[in-house]
Design a protein around this ligand. Structure first.
Ligand SMILES: Nc1ncnc2c1ncn2[C@@H]1O[C@H](COP(=O)(O)OP(=O)(O)OP(=O)(O)O)[C@@H](O)[C@H]1O
Length: 622
């Protein structure tokens, strides 16, 4: 095929030109999280080269040496398969060319970490020149080769004189870009090599200065995965795994459990966090693929409810995205996630079922996580009902304890409602559960459908029932007072009722009428709707009534005093209105601007009445 311009001036079959600077910029800014990944990519190539060599030469050494250079720069030497001049020409001259892909399937071969053919380019984020010197293990007669790549997309290739004493393998030498020298400083390289490569199954070491002018090789790899190594006994193993968590995750776990998904070759440990984390923070995990760190905060390994564990895992059957910083979302990941979720869930259930100190500590620390898990899992829900603490009018109780005590679990749907009814309910022996906190309402709603559970929200009548009716004679005394009292608070959407109840130092409680609230919402809509819709909607509501009932306690001396004062309407109204605000405050409800205003004006009236003055200025004048 000719690539020469045709007679008509058309240019057919031309190859794309790649602006390498643009590609490197794309990698640095959009694909990789930053320049630091260059160490990972170099390590990865070295590991893959050793893997390729060992395929033909099983006992071949697996050594990688990273040596920061005196005048700046870094040299990475491996004992891998190396490249012939022809390999170098083919593989290093084309962006996206890789020796690690399965030519028939078009995907990365499972034994290698790399597959995309772009990793080496990442070194241009920190280097202005990349040199690779290599001698191939596959052809003992092949000469060595030196390839030098430049960020403008050009390269030089030199075939080196053949010298059989040259060792097999490759050396990559990076010459730093200006202002990027620090990425190749010994401590930085050692830290990055440890972060990414600590679990690699090779002997990886970094040359570091000793401070005496001399240098030493610091090994960064552990010979075995900590959870697969053999230990004298279980206790020693446990202690080692805890130390590993402290070192790599920075906390001492509450407990840990082993993870194993043979299908995708995943093994690892899930560590239960020692302190509560807010729900919604997500669950993030330290993931290695073929023993190379993929990421410290990979969030697709477990479902969101598992936010109380942090896992450290290694898998060889999961795939990375091109950035190598996230897991590729495929069937294998789905299967793995389900299997891991089942293992974490299984541990949680059996720990809770076993009871004991660990279960108690787990519930105390992770009750929110347990609540959120119970919302999606019936078996956990049943256990949660046995072990989760709830605030009730009879102290902290589990739902199972409430059911065993009174049969039906009656609960409020907001914390305010609980605060409002708790004093009366408590004094009357009515057991009410506070389900106003996050997840609790939904949790109780789910329990309603479970066999053996009778659960319902508190109704106004429940409390009304425990409020004693008045004696007929007293009813008669108040026959005109109660309507007058209602008139005084009518504009606050409130109706007054008088009852007797314990404790008698509680002057009043506020009751909400849930059904009534719905009706009032309809009314509000009617008022806002146009005539036609207003007429239709009005059919859904009856005569207007107040949404809340202010129940005055006739056993309370202040209330009796107030009820006796109806002949002084202004003071009577101010007294009632301050009772209304008191009831709101006792319920722990936030005061709105209107309530605060009501409080101030009533107080002023009461003060004036109490001090016997009508106008302070007049008083002053006198
Ligand atoms: N140290 C090395 N020893 C032997 N061959 C190497 C070495 N480094 C790179 N190569 C060769 O160069 C090719 C391109 O390397 P590069 O790092 O760009 O991509 P890759 O490793 O194939 O894939 P990925 O982009 O996923 O890292 C490799 O496929 C490999 O054949």
């Amino acid at each position: 095929m000719s690539t020469a311009p045709s007679a008509g001036g058309d240019e057919l079959g031309q190859a794309f030109q790649v602006d390498l600077r643009g590609v490197v910029d794309l990698l640095a800014r959009h694909l990789y999280s930053g320049p630091r990944v260059y160490v990972r990519e170099l390590l990865q190539n070295a590991v893959d080269a050793v893997t390729a060599r060992r395929a033909h030469e099983p006992g071949a050494p697996g050594r990688v040496r990273l040596r920061p250079l005196d005048g700046g720069g870094l040299e990475v030497t491996d004992t891998g398969v190396g490249l012939t001049p022809d390999d170098a020409r083919e593989l290093l001259a084309t962006v996206g060319r890789s020796s690690k892909r399965d030519l028939e399937l078009g995907v990365g071969r499972t034994e290698f970490l790399g597959q995309f053919g772009i990793g080496l380019l990442s070194a241009f984020m920190v280097a202005e020149r990349i040199e690779l010197e290599s001698r191939s293990a596959t052809d003992p007669d092949a000469p060595g080769v030196r390839w030098v790549g430049h960020p403008d997309g050009t390269y030089d290739l030199t075939v080196l004189p053949r010298d059989p004493s040259d060792p097999v393998g490759s050396t990559v030498r990076l010459h730093p870009r200006r202002d990027m020298e620090h990425w190749m400083a010994a401590e930085t390289v050692a830290a990055l090599a440890t972060e990414y490569g600590a679990l690699l199954p090779l002997d990886v070491a970094v040359e570091v200065p000793l401070g005496t002018g001399e240098t030493a090789w610091r090994r960064v790899t552990e010979p075995e995965l900590p959870w697969r190594a053999s230990y004298a006994d279980d206790a020693t193993r446990s202690a080692a795994l805890v130390r590993y968590a402290e070192r790599t995750l920075g906390f001492t776990p509450l407990a840990h459990l082993d993870l194993d998904v043979p299908l995708t070759g995943l093994t690892g440990v899930a560590y239960v966090l020692p302190a509560a984390v807010p729900p919604g923070g997500g669950s993030t995990h330290r993931v290695h693929l073929k023993r190379m760190l993929l990421g410290e905060r990979v969030d697709t390994l477990l479902p969101g409810w598992a936010f109380y564990v942090r896992c450290v895992v290694d898998a060889d059957g999961l795939r990375p995205t091109a950035s190598r910083e996230a897991l590729y979302d495929d069937e294998a990941l789905l299967v793995t996630r389900d299997a891991l979720a089942a293992q974490v869930r299984g541990w949680t259930l059996s720990t809770l079922q076993a009871g004991g100190r660990l279960a108690q500590e787990f519930v105390r620390t992770h009750h929110l996580a347990l609540r959120s898990l119970a919302l999606v899992d019936d078996e956990v829900l049943d256990i949660a009902a046995q072990v989760l603490p709830f605030e009730t009018t009879d102290g902290t109780r589990t739902l199972a304890e409430v059911r065993d005590a009174v049969g039906t679990v009656v609960h409020t749907t907001s914390v305010e409602e609980f605060r409002r009814v708790a004093p009366v309910a408590r004094a009357q022996g009515l057991l009410v559960v506070n389900a106003g906190y996050v997840y609790d309402g939904d949790l109780l709603a789910r329990l309603t459908g479970r066999r053996g559970w009778d659960v319902r929200a508190l109704r106004t009548q429940d409390v009304a029932q425990v409020l004693g009716e008045l004696e007929p004679a007293r009813e008669l005394e108040l026959i005109d007072v109660v309507p007058a009292a209602t008139a005084a608070v009518r504009d606050l959407d409130c109706e007054v009722v008088v009852r007797r109840f314990e404790p008698d130092d509680l002057p009043a409680v506020m009751l909400d009428d849930r059904e009534d609230q719905h009706r009032r919402e309809v009314e509000r809509t009617v008022q806002e709707a146009d005539d036609l819709w207003g007429g239709v909607l009005a059919g859904f509501s009856d005569t207007p009534a107040a949404a809340r009932r202010l129940v005055l306690n006739d056993a309370n001396p202040t209330v009796r005093h107030l009820l006796a004062g109806a002949h002084r309407p202004e003071v009577f109204a101010a007294g009632l209105r301050s009772m209304y605000v008191t009831a709101l405050l006792l319920a722990g409800e936030p005061l709105r601007a209107r309530d605060a205003q009501t409080m101030t004006t009533s107080m002023s009236v009461l003060l004036q009445a109490g001090l016997g003055a009508t106008d302070p200025d007049e008083e002053d004048a006198r």
